[in-house]
Design a protein around this ligand. Structure first.
Ligand code: ZN
Length: 177
């Protein structure tokens, strides 16, 4: 089990656009497993490759109902119906703000072995998939807020001194057993 450094808001890697995965090998599977271990230890429910300093289009998640790695995701359909709920991010620690997201999405993706897969997500899982897919385009959840909430989020971020913090590696002791 390996834990990876989680990059924090202010790090340019989080604002970069990730490249599609083209090589499906043992290294990719190992990275996916390390990301899952890191996410669980943090603890979190989603983690995208740029958050661990890798600019490739992959994220991992654990919604409680299902979990795994999602490679080269593309949101091909979003419901008009929306949902609003508090959202956080391992790269913006301690900040939770309500974000409006599509209630349901259909996501075409690949497995770590390169097999095509379609995810039909709703509710919490849909929220995770939208949040993590955004990371692959350098978009953070604080960009998705209403103007008023974005101002409030940045006030909280400045107060907490989050921006520019060095990468953080979850310690095994933090793991929720
Ligand atoms: Zn995030």
């Amino acid at each position: 089990m390996s834990f990876l450094d989680i990059h924090i808001l202010g790090d340019p890697v989080l604002r970069s656009v990730s490249k599609p995965v083209t090589t499906f090998d043992e290294d990719l599977e190992r990275l996916a497993q390390d990301m899952l271990d890191t996410m669980h230890a943090a603890p979190g429910v989603g983690l995208a490759a740029p958050q661990v300093g890798r600019l490739i289009r992959m994220f991992v998640f654990d919604s409680g109902e299902s979990s795994g790695a999602v490679v080269n995701p593309s949101i091909v359909w979003s419901s008009e119906e929306t949902q609003e709920s508090d959202e956080g991010c391992l790269s913006v620690p301690e900040i939770y703000i309500p974000v409006i997201r599509a209630m349901s999405v259909r996501v075409e993706a690949q497995t770590v072995k390169g097999e095509p897969v379609v995810w039909e997500c709703t509710g919490f899982e849909s929220r995770i998939f939208q949040h993590e897919t955004d990371h692959l385009d350098g978009i953070m959840f604080i960009d998705r807020l209403t103007d008023e909430r974005r101002k409030e989020a940045w006030r909280l971020i400045r107060e907490a001194g989050i921006e520019g913090r060095p990468p953080r590696r979850p310690a095994p002791a933090e793991k929720n057993l």
